[in-house]
Design a protein around this ligand. Structure first.
Ligand code: PML
Length: 249
């Protein structure tokens, strides 16, 4: 059966490329007969975002013309912390455990402002400690991935987790990103001012949620992929943007 990639992006004060502010984005993989539902879910997400009402929205539908890889979600853990400081300290320790050198972690934090307000992620090379993608104001957007809701809900119940579209999407993304051999670790927290839980993910650590990585009201988000051996950066970015992946528990 034909599968389609359905992607949404929404912004305020015009389109992203015209300097608009990123409000929301989302991804679905859908069969032809479910396209209406997929579009609805994404439209709903764009319309009900706490960052405000978008004035630019785009939903794009594209046939996936490659075989889709299937894989299991990363293992999930949740670390409860008392404060943002504690959360951030744990995040740095996890990154180090995953193999990111301390100097590189420090450099990434110094450049953190750069990664806020982007639609996508920034790529950081662990050897040079420098940003290596060339998508300055956009970042790299990981795409063409999904997890069937029914299968995700079973997983959530088994793992004693609340069903959340947000967690599902973040875990799908982290699973895709961290599966690639060049990814050492990922650091992420939301730009949604009402959502303060973030995570560090890597192959060995899995997806480690940290309950406080910023304060309420803060609109600065972060998504950094720490990469190793980025010699073939183009094929790495192509994997993130184009290789279709289905998560199945
Ligand atoms: C986002 O919403 O932009 C990222 C959310 C990351 C954390 C999701 C979770 O609670 O596991």
């Amino acid at each position: 059966e034909n599968l389609f990639s359905v992607r949404m992006r929404a912004s305020k004060n015009g389109a992203h490329e015209d300097g608009g502010k990123h409000i929301s984005g989302g991804e679905q993989i859908s069969t032809y007969s479910h396209l209406k539902d997929a579009v609805n879910v994404l439209l709903d997400k764009a319309l009900t975002h706490s960052r405000g009402n978008p004035d630019f929205m785009q939903i794009q539908i594209e046939l996936i013309d490659k075989p889709i890889t299937k894989c299991k979600p990363l293992q999930v853990g949740t670390i409860e912390v008392e404060s943002v400081e504690e959360g951030q300290l744990i995040a740095r320790n996890l990154l180090e455990q995953a193999g990111v050198p301390i100097v590189c972690i420090e450099k990434a934090y110094q450049q953190m402002k750069e990664c806020s307000g982007l639609r996508g992620a920034i790529l950081f090379d662990i050897h040079s400690g420098k940003r290596v993608d060339d998508r300055s104001d956009k970042g790299v957007r990981v795409s063409r991935m999904d997890w069937l809701t029914t299968n995700y809900e079973k997983w959530a119940t088994y793992n004693n987790m609340l069903v959340s579209q947000r967690v599902k999407e973040a875990l799908v993304l982290a699973t895709k990103v961290n599966r690639h051999p060049a990814t050492v670790a990922e650091l992420c927290w939301s730009d949604d001012p009402e959502y303060i839980t973030g995570y560090v993910a890597s192959k060995e650590l899995g997806y480690q949620r940290i309950t406080k990585l910023k304060t309420y009201g803060d609109e600065h988000g972060c998504r950094i992929f720490f990469v190793n051996g980025a010699s073939d950066l183009d094929s790495y970015i192509n994997y993130l943007e184009n290789e279709p992946l289905f998560v199945q528990w």
